[in-house]
Structure formats: C-alpha cells, structure tokens
Design a protein around this ligand. Structure first.
Ligand SMILES: *[C@@H]1O[C@H](CO)[C@@H](O)[C@H](O)[C@H]1NC(C)=O
Ligand SMILES: *[C@@H]1O[C@H](CO)[C@@H](O)[C@H](O)[C@H]1NC(C)=O
Ligand SMILES: *[C@@H]1O[C@H](CO)[C@@H](O)[C@H](O)[C@H]1NC(C)=O
Ligand SMILES: *[C@@H]1O[C@H](CO)[C@@H](O)[C@H](O)[C@H]1NC(C)=O
Ligand SMILES: *[C@@H]1O[C@H](CO)[C@@H](O)[C@H](O)[C@H]1NC(C)=O
Ligand SMILES: *[C@@H]1O[C@H](CO)[C@@H](O)[C@H](O)[C@H]1NC(C)=O
Ligand SMILES: *[C@@H]1O[C@H](CO)[C@@H](O)[C@H](O)[C@H]1NC(C)=O
Length: 466
C-alpha cells in the first residue's frame, strides 16, 4: 500500500500549502493589503534585509515586528476597513443540501477574510457597506437569522458588544413596526428630523457601554437588499434600526483640535424615489438639509451604499435607473408599479446636492460606497465657477473628493477588502486619504483547503488502521 501512503502525503502537502496560503494571503500582495503609512522600528540591519524578501519579509513584519509607539503620529492615523456587498443567502425548505452546505461554508469564507485582515491590520473602524443580505423580500424571522450569521460568523465581535442584538434575535418575535410607524410620523410632524441633535454623535469609540477602545468601531450602512428601494416599508426600517442602528447620522471626532474630522453615514436608498412611503424621502432630505446648514470645519468621510452619478465609461456600471411596471412586478406586488426599482448611481442632481451639503469649504474628504460589486475609483472635481462636481479618473481641481467604490467581498469577486487610510499632514494641516483594494481568492480555493483537512485526516486514519 505504498502508493496509498504516498497519495495520502501528497494530499496532506497540498492541504498544508493551501492552508498556509489562505492564512497569509495578504503577504503575497503586501502593497495592496497594508495601510498607506506604517511605523515599524526599522533600525537593525538584519531585520531590514529580511523585510525586503518577497512574501517572507512581509510575514516577518506581520508576526514579529510591532509598530513602535514612539513613531506613531499624533493624531493617530484613521484606519478603516470597508467590506462591500456580502449578500448572504438563506435556506428555504426547498433548498437542496449541497446549496445549504455552500451557504454555510460561504459564511466562514467571508468570516475568514475578516479574521485574517483584522488580526493583520488592527483597524480603528470597520464598515459594512450594505447589501449584507441577498434580498429585502424576506420575513422578520429570516432577517434575524441572517443578522445572527452576519454577527457571529462573518464579523464576530466581543460578546459585550453584541449581546443586546443577539438577545433580541433569540426572542424571535416579529418586529413591532406599528409603534415604529407612530414614532416616525410623530417625529416627522414635530420636526425632530430637522434638528442636528437627532443625527449628532461625538468621539464615539465603542457604541456599547463596555468601552472596548481596542476594538474597531463597527459601522453599518443600509443597502437596497437590506431595506429596499422604492419598496421600503416601515417593517424594513423598524428591523434595520433595531439591529443595525440609525440609517442617517454623523460622528464628529476631535472637534476641538486642529484636526477635526467626521464620518457621515447616509441612507442613499431613500433619496431619489418615488417611494412607497414618500415620508422616508422627506426625512432623508431633511438630513441632507441639516448637514448643509451645519457649519463644519474639518474633513469628512462619507459612507453610503449607492455611488454618486458619473457618466458611462468610468466604471463597469454606467448610469441606469429602473422603475417597477406591469412586467417586472411579481404577482401581488402591483402596488409597487411606478416606484423606484433600482439604480446604479444616485441621480445627477441628488449627487450634487449630497456632495455640496457634506464637502463644504476647502477641506479634504473621501466617499466610500458599495453596490456595483466590481469596484471603481474616481475623483469628483469641484468647479468653483459653476459650483458643480465632475467625475473623472484624474484630479483636475484644487478641490476634489475621491470616491472609492469598494469591490465586493463575495468569492466571485475574490473576497475583497477595502482599506482607507487617513493621515494628518501637519504641514498642510489637512487629513490625507488613501484607498487600497486587497484581494483574497475565489471561494473554491478556500473550500479545497477545508476539504483537504478532512481528507488528510481520513486518509491517514485509514493508513493507521491498515
Ligand atoms: C430562524 O431560526 C430559528 C431557530 O434558530 C428557526 O426556528 C426559524 O425557523 C428560522 N427561520 C427561518 C425563516 O428559517
Ligand atoms: C473609555 O476608555 C478610554 C481609555 O481607553 C478612556 O479614555 C475613556 O474615558 C473611556 N470612556 C468612558 C465613557 O468610560
Ligand atoms: C451595527 O450592526 C451590528 C450588528 O451587526 C450591531 O451589533 C451594532 O450595534 C450596529 N451599530 C449600531 C451603531 O447600531
Ligand atoms: C466644535 O469645536 C468648536 C471649537 O472648539 C466649537 O466652537 C464648536 O461649537 C464645536 N462644535 C460642536 C458641534 O461641538
Ligand atoms: C478654496 O480654494 C480655492 C482654490 O484654491 C480658492 O480660490 C478659495 O479662495 C479657497 N476658499 C477658501 C475659503 O479658502
Ligand atoms: C467650470 O464651469 C464653468 C461655467 O460653467 C465653465 O465655463 C468651465 O469650463 C468649467 N471649468 C472646467 C475646468 O470644467
Ligand atoms: C500614501 O498615499 C498617498 C496618496 O495616495 C501617496 O501619494 C503616498 O505615496 C502614500 N504613501 C505611502 C507611504 O505609501
């Protein structure tokens, strides 16, 4: 049985190589998979030599070199990890077992990306850019179950930060959207959504009272598959807000320093319409108006699901907008006819209004979006004469904002992670933003690495028994 033993060892060797690969993949493309600035100690000569060896040098750096606390700048860099469109599927009674296994494995494939990237790069912020789920047309029970998977398998976080949501999910009661409707309509009538206090947060490092300041701040952005477009209902919004928080808000950091900056989270699904609940559009535009009225003297990071308008040719997705009609409505969904069904970009005027409200003054900024799956990078150049923003591949104006459309983290798009570094330049007194896109690999490689482990154990057990 020598051939069988040889075969077992061959399988084992392949398995080991694949597993080493999947746990160290960023080291193959360290340029794309690191923050824009790093602050390691680099004084000793041997260390310097080792670091220049491809792959192994990066492994050495990752596992043996710590950032030197003396070299770390003040203020600390913003290190934000952004994940686009995981779009996890669910299982129905009719789902075949092989597809169920695929869904199960896919959760851990996506979770693997997060675990590897988080332990490598220790982000200060983690952003889920929307389309967490594959469909907005699911009942509460399924929404809860997918949220639990999202929280425990894809993006596991300390229990102190998640127990409230997980306890709510465990109760498994349909969301009380009627009370939510009453609260919303009363608030809208009372002008609550016109008040900055409703959206305002300051220096948040942990949403939970546990104050785990070493953990990244987790930020949720609503996507069309989470809450819908024109078809968004109170039920969608009630359960989103219950488990993922507000859809529109800002967090201002370091306000009383020379380096203020803020994060703006925007629900871009309710800006264009027409909507089933037009009051959602009123409320979202009240948020934009509140931003516009607010004087802010610092840099802004806009996090939203749908990219800004841009002409054909700059990204894979060109401008496209669709409305529900007789042909594309499911039976029973006729009430949707005429509503916004989907769009690739925000409409032109909407995009201008959003950028004008947020990026006022000569301050730097960046827009981070998801939605298009392929990923894309552009600059919005401001024309001081016309007061308009023009999308371009190049920087053509002293005032410009980069838009990074983050490539999807799905296996078919190679399990991508978006990395945003913000670095404060003391000479120009300005935050400088940099975007990188770090690829993993198609999900099959991850699967083979897992199956290899099982197979190796089986083969060696057989060898042992014979
Ligand atoms: C969600 O999970 C619970 C058990 O955790 C189960 O009873 C329920 O049927 C699931 N919902 C759906 C729609 O599959
Ligand atoms: C949270 O912890 C930080 C130090 O890690 C401390 O400076 C801060 O005051 C704490 N905040 C609260 C609300 O306890
Ligand atoms: C974001 O979503 C997670 C669930 O994935 C939740 O634990 C967290 O509280 C949400 N954040 C906010 C600000 O509500
Ligand atoms: C931000 O800080 C400035 C200066 O310290 C202060 O005047 C302003 O009111 C602050 N703004 C907010 C919204 O806290
Ligand atoms: C902003 O920059 C433009 C172009 O460099 C300049 O013309 C304008 O005066 C600046 N505005 C302010 C308020 O500094
Ligand atoms: C800026 O806008 C003005 C007025 O619309 C136009 O004449 C000019 O060509 C624009 N500049 C650039 C660089 O596009
Ligand atoms: C950081 O990013 C800026 C702008 O993208 C770039 O010019 C610079 O070279 C980068 N710095 C490093 C250390 O890579």
């Amino acid at each position: 049985m020598a051939w069988f033993r040889g075969f077992s060892w061959a399988i084992t060797l392949v398995t080991v190589v694949l597993n080493v690969y999947i746990y160290t993949y960023p080291s193959f493309t360290p340029g794309k998979c690191s923050w824009n600035h790093s602050y390691e100690d680099g004084s000793d000569l041997i260390g310097e030599r080792v670091r220049n060896i491809p792959y192994f040098g990066d492994l050495y750096k990752t596992f043996f070199v710590k950032e030197s606390s003396e070299k770390l700048p003040q203020p600390r860099d913003i290190r934000m990890m952004a994940f686009g469109d995981p779009q996890i599927n669910g299982n129905w009674p009719s789902t075949p077992y092989i597809k169920r296994l695929d869904n199960f494995g896919n959760d851990y494939y996506l979770g693997h990306i997060y675990r590897v990237m988080k332990s490598r790069l220790h982000p200060t912020h983690v952003v889920g850019l929307g389309d967490l789920f594959s469909s907005q047309w699911i009942a509460d029970s399924e929404f809860y179950n997918r949220t639990r998977r999202y929280m425990t398998r894809l993006f596991p976080r300390p229990q102190e930060q998640t127990f409230a949501e997980l306890d709510f999910i465990a109760m498994h009661k349909d969301v009380d959207w009627v009370s939510h409707l009453e609260w919303f309509q009363r608030s809208l009538a009372d002008g609550v959504f016109l008040r900055p206090e409703f959206y305002h947060y300051e220096n948040v490092y942990d949403w939970s009272s546990a104050n785990l300041t070493h953990e990244p701040l987790f930020i949720n952005v609503s996507g069309n598959h989470d809450i819908g477009y024109g078809d968004t209902t109170y039920q969608h919004m009630a359960r989103w807000r219950r488990l993922f928080g507000k859809d529109n808000y800002w967090i201002e950091f370091d306000n009383d320093t020379d380096h203020p900056w803020r994060i703006v989270v925007l629900n871009s699904l309710a800006l264009d319409g027409p909507l089933l609940q037009p009051e959602f559009k009123d409320y979202t535009w009240q948020f934009i108006e509140t931003l516009k009225q607010r004087s802010y003297h610092g840099s802004s990071i806009l996090l939203t699901h749908i990219p800004m308008y841009k002409p054909e040719g700059l990204c894979v997705d060109g401008p496209l907008v669709e409305y529900f009609n007789e042909k594309n409505c499911h039976p029973g969904g006729e009430y949707r006819i005429g509503l916004l069904k989907s769009e690739n970009h925000l409409q032109y005027d909407t995009s201008q209004a959003v950028m004008n409200a947020i990026f006022k003054g000569n301050y730097s900024g960046i827009i981070v979006t998801g939605h298009d799956h392929e990923g894309c990078e552009n600059y919005y150049n401001y024309n001081f004469t016309s007061g308009e923003w023009h999308a371009s591949k190049s920087i053509d104006s002293p005032k410009y904002i980069k838009e990074a459309t983050v490539r999807s983290m799905m296996g078919d798009f190679d399990g991508n992670t978006g990395l945003i570094t913000g670095h404060f330049n003391h000479d120009t007194k300005s935050w400088e933003f940099n975007y990188k896109s770090c690829p993993f690999v198609v999900q099959h490689v991850w699967w083979v690495a897992q199956i290899g482990i099982v197979l190796s154990i089986m083969l060696h057990s057989i060898n042992f028994l014979l």
